[in-house]
Ligand binder design. Structure first.
Ligand code: ITT
Length: 199
């Protein structure tokens, strides 16, 4: 039988504050109260899988085991066509430690220029997973297509948003009102699929 997710407390298995804001925006109107791994001081598991889906399940499973509650996770990244899909699952790692996304964007731009290609198309990908404490799991992937610009523009959002323009738009996600980004993003796409299944 299809597992339901009752409204109530939901652990967000992420240490990324930008994601927490976006996940709250998506899930709270449905009656879920998000408690993040940051607030709960959960350990950050090492992302050892080779796919967004694999890493999303790994993170949600770790949080469900640690808390005994259903956990939601998001594994996401930027896939650049001329770079064969990189940085992909390595998107956070390209920002180094401590995370510096200007540096990560610069790295993408330099790699793009080195290809000599004028193809600046890219997509954001998001795998949203829910894992229950009895290890039942559910995962959906969403995408948003677009193009990369240089230099980066805008202070909204997080990560690679200032260099990404979604297809049909003329401003970057970094310049866009959060509500508008949250309605069209890869995260929103995955969320709509999850919602259609769960509710
Ligand atoms: P958690 O694993 O704790 O959730 P993280 O930042 O390490 O946090 P990921 O491993 O999923 O998360 O890395 C995804 C990276 O991809 C993230 O750090 C951003 O730089 C980028 N990214 C994902 N979604 C994005 C978005 O909506 N806008 C801009 N960049 C995004």
């Amino acid at each position: 039988m299809r597992r339901k997710l009752e409204p109530g407390r939901l652990v967000a298995a992420t240490h990324n504050a930008g994601k927490v804001v976006e996940l709250c925006d998506l899930f709270e109107p449905l009656g879920y109260q998000i408690k993040s791994a940051i607030e709960l001081d959960l350990d950050e598991p090492e992302e050892t899988e080779m796919t967004f889906t694999g890493n999303a399940i790994l993170k949600a499973r770790a949080a469900a085991i640690a808390t005994g509650a259903p956990a939601l996770s998001d594994d996401s990244g930027l896939a650049v066509n001329a770079l064969g899909g990189m940085p992909g699952i390595y998107s956070a790692r390209w920002a180094g430690q401590p995370r510096d996304f200007y540096r990560a964007m610069q790295k993408v731009e330099t790699a793009l220029q080195e290809t000599g290609s004028d193809d600046r198309s890219a997509r954001f990908i998001c795998a949203l997973a829910i894992v229950w404490p009895d290890d039942e799991e559910l995962v959906f992937e969403g995408t948003v297509e677009g193009n990369l610009v240089w230099p980066p523009r805008g202070e909204q959002g997080f990560g690679y948003d200032p260099m990404f323009i979604a297809t049909g738009e003329d401003i970057t996600f970094g310049e866009m009102e959060p509500a508008k980004k949250h309605a069209m993003s890869h995260r929103a796409d995955a969320f709509e699929k999850l919602k259609a299944y769960l509710l």
